[in-house]
Design a protein. Structure first.
Length: 240
C-alpha cells in the first residue's frame, strides 16, 4: 500500500473546509493524513475541530506581529537572516512598489517576519502538501520558495470562492452575486506569486436562481467547496 500523503493545513476561522478534509480522510476518500493545523488567529473554531480530530495545532498571530513591526524602530533588525529584498521584489506580484514604496516595503517585510514564524512551525513536520483551508493571508515569494523546494513544483493549494480567473480577491461570492451572474462556483488552485493566479486544479459550478440572496449563493458555494477540495487533494495524492 502506498504511503499516505502528509497534509499540512492553515486556517483563519471556522474551518468548515478543514472539517470536510478531515471527514474525507477518515472515510478513506483521500489517501492522506493531516499532520498539523496552523492559524493566524487564536481561539477560532477551526482549531477546535483539529484538536478534536487529534491533529497538532499552532498559532502565528499575524495581527500582533504586524503591530510589533509598526512599533519597531528598525524593522530590518527583525527580518530573517536569509531575507533578500531584491529577490522578492523581482518575483512578487502582490503590491505596486512604484505607487507607494514605503507602504509596499512594510507590507513585504512584516509578512516575511510572520512567514518565518510559520515556517519555523511547519518545518518541524514531514509534509507533502500545504492546504489553505480558509487562510486569509497572502504569501510572499520568501514563504512560497521555502515550501516549493522539490522538483515536483507547486506544493501549496488554495480554494477560492469564484470561478477563476473571474473575481479574484477576498469576496468572490459577493462579487459574483453583485455582478448578476447566473452561474457561480469555486476553484481549487496552486499558489504562485500573484493573488489567485496560480494553476487551476479543479472547479465546481452552481446555478444562481433569480430569487437567490447573497446568503443563498454562499451556502451553495460552500456545499461545492466541501466536495471539491477533498477531490483535488486526492488528485494530488494520486499524481505523486
Amino acid at each position: 500500500m502506498a504511503e499516505k500523503l502528509k497534509v499540512g493545513t492553515l486556517i483563519s476561522g471556522g474551518g468548515t473546509n478543514l472539517q470536510a478534509i478531515i471527514d474525507a480522510c477518515n472515510q478513506g476518500r483521500i489517501d492522506a493524513q493531516i499532520v498539523f493545523t496552523g492559524s493566524d488567529v487564536d481561539g477560532v473554531k477551526g482549531l477546535e475541530r483539529a484538536k478534536k480530530a487529534g491533529i497538532d495545532t499552532f498559532v502565528v498571530d499575524y495581527a500582533r506581529i504586524i503591530a510589533d513591526c509598526r512599533k519597531a524602530r528598525d524593522i530590518d533588525s527583525l527580518l530573517p537572516k536569509d531575507f533578500d529584498l531584491d529577490v522578492i521584489l523581482g518575483k512578487q506580484r502582490l503590491v505596486d512598489v512604484e505607487k507607494n514604496r514605503e507602504k509596499a516595503l512594510f507590507f513585504i517585510k512584516s509578512r516575511v517576519i510572520a512567514e518565518r514564524q510559520l515556517l519555523d512551525n511547519i518545518e518541524s513536520y514531514d509534509m507533502d502538501l500545504l492546504v489553505l483551508a480558509g487562510f486569509m493571508r497572502v504569501f510572499t515569494p520568501y514563504f512560497i520558495d521555502r515550501i516549493n523546494t522539490n522538483a515536483s513544483g507547486h506544493r501549496i493549494m488554495n480554494i477560492h470562492p469564484a470561478l477563476l480567473p473571474a473575481f479574484p480577491g477576498t469576496d468572490g461570492y459577493g462579487e459574483t452575486f453583485r455582478y448578476g451572474c447566473k452561474i457561480g462556483g469555486c476553484t481549487v488552485h496552486f499558489v504562485d506569486y500573484g493573488e489567485d493566479t496560480g494553476p487551476i486544479i479543479g472547479q465546481k459550478a452552481f446555478e444562481i436562481a433569480d430569487g437567490d440572496t447573497l446568503k443563498d449563493v454562499k451556502s451553495k458555494g460552500l456545499q461545492k467547496e466541501w466536495e471539491l477540495y477533498p477531490a483535488c487533494i486526492q488528485k494530488f495524492a494520486q499524481s505523486r
